[in-house]
Design a protein around this ligand. Structure first.
Ligand code: FES
Length: 201
């Protein structure tokens, strides 16, 4: 049973939803996390894998789940978002994620994901641990004409593209972490376990 926070840019909604991700966007509820701390929730907090159904996640939409007390973001990238990674290749510090160590082997490339359209990241800035904001817009006024969508950390201004790759000459020097995850079926992934070919999490 996972809680999802939906974030489409600056707009955030906290939803209490389990398998029905489709409820996001309609059912809006502010619900203290503690209210769902039943035994299974405590197990999740202790580090149990978290299953997430992404079938209703729309292109450009981001949800957040909690795994090992960490915020984990799941973004469905549109075709345009995926192609923007070729535009940012030359401007990010580690374009193929070869320097980054906080990731499974499947993330050592441009897209940093098992399926190109589904991006999974730990939502913590690799500089000093702030929470970056999801900024999918193209060239918003405050981020400039070269902004192709990504994540912006308000603490010291680090910028990450739509694969969580940090731009050159930023306070952060590492790409955002990709947590271990795998797919149980076409639309259900589990955070906290690696695909068989990569061994146990
Ligand atoms: S904590 Fe994100 S830029 Fe410093």
């Amino acid at each position: 049973m996972a809680e999802h926070v939906v974030d489409t840019g600056r707009r955030k909604m906290l939803t209490v939803s389990t398998s029905v991700v489709g409820a996001v966007g309609t059912a809006v509820a502010i619900w203290p996390f503690i209210s769902t701390m039943n035994p299974s929730a405590r197990a999740l907090a202790a580090g149990a894998p978290v299953e997430v159904d992404v079938s209703k996640l729309e292109p450009g939409q981001k949800i957040q789940v909690e795994w090992r007390r960490l915020p984990v973001w799941i973004v469905r990238r549109s075709e345009e978002m995926i192609s923007s990674l070729s535009d940012t290749d030359a401007r990010v510090r580690d374009p193929n994620s070869e320097i980054a160590t906080m990731q499974p082997a499947f993330a050592q490339n441009q897209i940093r994901a098992i399926k190109p359209e589904i991006l999974v990241l730990v939502g913590i800035c690799t500089h000093l641990g702030c929470s970056p904001t999801f900024r999918p817009e193209i060239a918003p006024e405050d981020l400039g004409p070269d902004w192709r969508g990504g994540f912006y950390c308000p603490c010291h201004g680090s910028r990450f593209d739509l694969a969580g790759r940090v731009y050159k000459n930023n306070p952060a020097i590492n790409n955002l972490e990709v947590p271990p995850y795998k797919y149980l079926s076409e639309n259900v992934l589990v955070i906290g376990e690696l695909p068989e070919e990569e061994g146990a999490a």
